[in-house]
Design a protein around this ligand. Structure first.
Ligand code: PEP
Length: 266
């Protein structure tokens, strides 16, 4: 039996997809198909323009609202940016930070991501910090060095009391949006173990064991149970499959079943 968590996390990252009517339709399908369960935390992260719409729909449900990014300041002259204050005002509980698309396509540095993590946590949000190596880095056997560096830089100077509102998502860059990738659940488990060991060095064994550590990278209904069954995988971050209510719900139900199975006494 696992000891570190009592719930599985399933996060839907809608990225830059949906119109307002598609967002409404998708959220409606997920809300209607989801039965409350103490075995899972479900988080929907729509694009910024639809946070208010989806947030209204999620009121009174057990599904939480999350954002895909934020700027690390409460307010100010930052044209086009969105602050943690605004996210909280819209009902967001979570924010994804350091997603590989923001690191690699938009040039975000570890130092900037670190500012975001600190700012999000001090504002009262729960932060999901994404880390992961590129295929070139994996082939060059740099996975551990990359993860260690992203974690130590991304979490530098984060006060210990904030760690209970932090989770880490391991998302190997080459496995995202690529159903033909060669990542397998055991490789993911191996990387997550490295992550948990590094977290132990950063914030101590107890906090590292308590922390939600997730996997993301082309998780689908067909492979969700295999990932969620790994010892160090407490949840999954879903991109493509979160855009279809039936697929997303199938993964949520796999998470519930896996958590129920793990909670059974051995
Ligand atoms: C993601 O966007 O974080 C992700 C894991 O995407 P996908 O599930 O499409 O690989």
């Amino acid at each position: 039996m696992k000891t570190h968590t009592s719930q599985k996390f399933v996060v839907g990252n809608w990225k830059m997809h949906t119109t307002s009517s598609e967002a409404e339709h998708l959220a409606k399908g997920i809300i209607e198909g989801f039965d409350r369960s103490e075995h899972v935390t479900v988080i929907l992260c729509p694009p910024f323009p639809y946070l208010a719409l989806v947030g209204e729909m999620l009121k009174g449900t057990q599904i939480a609202l999350g954002a895909q990014n934020m700027y690390p300041d409460k307010e100010g002259a930052f044209t086009g940016e969105v602050s943690p204050t605004m996210l909280l005002d819209l009902g967001c509980k979570y924010v994804i930070l350091g997603h590989s698309e923001r690191r690699h396509k938009l040039g975000e540095s570890d130092a900037f991501i670190n500012q975001k993590v600190e700012c999000a946590l001090s504002a009262g949000l729960n932060a999901i910090l994404c880390v992961g190596e590129t295929l070139e880095q994996r082939n060059a056997k740099q996975t551990q060095a990359v993860l260690d560096s992203q974690l130590s830089q991304g979490l530098a100077n984060v006060p210990p009391e904030f760690f209970s509102r932090l989770s880490v998502a391991y998302e190997p860059v080459w496995a995202i949006g690529n159903s033909l990738h060669h990542e397998n659940p055991q490789q993911a488990q191996d990387a997550l173990l490295l992550i948990r060991k590094k977290l132990s060095q950063i914030c101590g064994d107890f906090r590292a064991q308590q922390m939600i550590v997730q996997y993301g990278g082309s998780v689908e209904p067909e492979n969700a149970t295999a990932y969620l069954g790994q010892h160090d995988i407490d949840g999954v971050l879903i991109g493509g499959a979160s855009l279809k209510a039936d697929k997303f719900l199938a993964i949520v139900h796999a998470a519930i079943a896996e958590n129920e199975a793990e909670m059974q006494p051995v």
